[in-house]
Design a protein around this ligand. Structure first.
Ligand code: 3PG
Length: 189
């Protein structure tokens, strides 16, 4: 990977997560976020238009990093690369996916919610992890606790983060960035 997960999370402390129903919506929301200072976006592969949205965002905004979220298996990973995604994020991890991603061109941020899952990710060489679902899994208190046994891990918490709690997460020394959809969740095009 020429692009490193830590490098992606260093660009902006907030990574917007887009769940899009149309390519036009993705472009409109992407445009608003870019005007607001974002240059890294994640489009979740949860809707039928997600891959087309990634391709179009890459075409229209060549200077912006566009990642694919909700990457659940190797087929998702490969389709994301084909669509032009520059990084991949998952709510979890499988051994197959951890291994597969290592041999692909774009970096992978796997998801974890427990010490055992962190240990599996570390065993595969991953130190930059998504903490999901952040709020439901114990939020800030759990991330603080993970800092003890896993000082080398950097987390991108996600899931249930809002304007009200984002600063609590960003104040943690093991959290370079958070991701979420709160800033775009009410946008309808
Ligand atoms: C997700 O994959 O759903 C992200 O973690 C975003 O979560 P949110 O919609 O609760 O911000």
């Amino acid at each position: 990977w020429t692009l490193k997960p830590a490098g992606i999370l260093a660009i902006h402390p907030i990574l917007p997560v887009l769940v899009v129903d149309s390519v036009a919506q993705a472009v409109a929301v992407g445009n608003a976020l870019i005007e607001g200072g974002h240059s890294v976006l994640e489009v979740t592969l949860r809707t039928p238009v997600a891959l087309d949205a990634i391709t179009e965002l890459r075409r229209i905004f060549p200077d912006v990093l566009v990642g694919a979220g909700t990457v659940l298996n190797t087929s998702d990973y490969d389709q994301a690369i084909k669509a032009g995604a520059q990084f991949a994020v998952s709510p979890g991890q499988t051994e197959v996916l951890l291994h597969h991603a290592r041999n692909q061109t774009i970096p992978f941020i796997p998801g974890v919610a427990s010490a055992s899952e962190i240990m599996l990710a570390l065993a595969h060489g991953y130190t930059c992890l998504k903490f999901f679902p952040a709020e439901a899994s114990g939020g800030v208190a759990v991330l603080k606790a993970f800092g003890g046994p896993f000082p080398q891990v950097r987390f991108c918490p996600s899931g249930g983060i809002t304007a009200a709690n984002v600063q609590d997460y960003l104040a943690l020394s093991n959290v370079p960035a958070v991701s979420g959809s709160w800033m775009v969740s009410d946008v309808a095009i």
